[in-house]
Design a protein around this ligand. Structure first.
Ligand code: CO
Ligand code: CO
Ligand code: CO
Length: 345
């Protein structure tokens, strides 16, 4: 029997995140521990927490897990692991060890499928130089998989949501559209070539992008996942007390993403993300509706959004492209806070 994990889920990947509006409500109940060694906590809505061990070493600690985004168990394992590890890369860290987190419906799937998911996760973790040293499994429907990851970072070299400075340029390292294309696949209107390209990009580690960031002493970055380009940009703008302008005409899209949106293929997560961001966002009256919705499309295992100071963006862009991130592009800029945190043009 050929297993098709997509038959088991409605919202796969990062589209399954709870709405950012609900998340903000929930976080009000979360007490934040006080400890001088906590260098980054949830206050800045960062990708991971950072805890100082000594003057040379801090730990970047994060977890992500989600339901399947693709049919094949091995591929799902790879994507989930790449996505979990990405939060360490987004902060400039080096992932070192990880634990599996798995919810698996043992009555509905053969154990080989479980094994294939774990194998995919393990292979992707190895590619990142990360050792999976344990985990935990719950019998549950629908299946969900991801990692809790610990990375190393120097305490003075942490890259955060709060590090964007007025005058910086913004570079995005992967094209947008995974949410739209996966929705199109369910409706049988997405081209195989687009689905395959989305799968390739979701499996692609943000490793080389992170290496370039560290080399250029970048201070502000995040990765683009469930809240979409606009949602994550807004979180960065707020944490940095700046305004961010995104030029949607410059944002690379995967294959026929634009045409799919034009056909009405807009997943619910995009509207949830729009709800969250709307009050802090100015939309240029000339902004194309399809590009606007692309900005809010939930990405699974998306690229890095890097805030680049000192007119280094051309150099950095070239290096990103040479490292294999060929769709990298300058897509916006950072300015002093001007009354609204986000401007989409
Ligand atoms: Co993240
Ligand atoms: Co995350
Ligand atoms: Co346990």
């Amino acid at each position: 029997m050929k297993i098709d994990l997509l038959k088991m889920v409605e919202n796969g990947g990062c589209s399954a995140k709870i709405s950012p509006v609900q998340l903000e409500e929930m976080l009000k109940f979360l007490p934040l521990p006080e400890d001088p060694n906590i260098l980054v906590n949830i206050d800045t809505r960062d990708d991971a927490g950072v805890y100082k061990v000594n003057e040379q070493l801090a730990l970047v600690f994060t977890t992500d897990f989600f339901p399947p985004v693709c049919s094949d168990p091995y591929e799902f394992g790879q994507i989930a692991a790449a996505n979990s590890i990405s939060d360490v890369y987004a902060m400039g860290g080096t992932p070192v060890i990880a634990l599996n987190i798995m919810m698996f419906p043992s009555a509905k799937l053969p154990v080989e499928a479980y094994g294939d998911i774990l194998k995919g996760g393990s292979d992707k973790a190895s590619e990142a130089g990360t050792r999976i040293i344990g985990g935990h499994t719950i019998d549950d429907f629908t299946p969900k998989y991801g990692l809790a990851v610990i990375g190393y970072i120097h305490p003075d070299k942490i890259i955060t949501n709060s590090g964007a400075k007025p005058g910086d340029c913004l570079i995005l390292t992967k094209p947008l559209g995974t949410g739209v294309i996966l929705a199109g696949q369910r409706l049988n209107i997405a081209a195989d070539s687009d689905v395959n390209e989305a799968l390739r990009l979701m499996k692609l580690l943000n490793k080389s992008g992170a290496e370039v960031m560290v080399k250029y002493n970048i201070r502000g970055a995040t990765d683009i996942t469930g809240f979409g380009l606009a949602g994550h940009s807004l979180k960065m703008a707020k944490a940095s007390s700046v305004s961010i302008t995104l030029n949607m005409n410059r944002v690379p899209l995967i294959g026929n993403t634009y045409a799919l949106i034009d056909q009405g293929c807009i997943p619910g997560a995009a509207f949830r993300n729009l709800d969250y961001a709307e009050k802090d966002t100015v939309f240029d009256p000339d902004l194309d509706y399809n590009l606007k919705m692309a900005a809010f499309d939930a990405q699974t295992s998306g690229g890095l959004l890097i805030s680049v100071p000192g007119r280094k963006e051309k150099e950095l862009l070239l290096e990103l492209k040479n490292s294999g991130l060929t769709s990298s592009a300058v897509i916006g800029n950072v300015s002093d806070f001007n009354g609204k945190a986000l401007l989409l043009i």
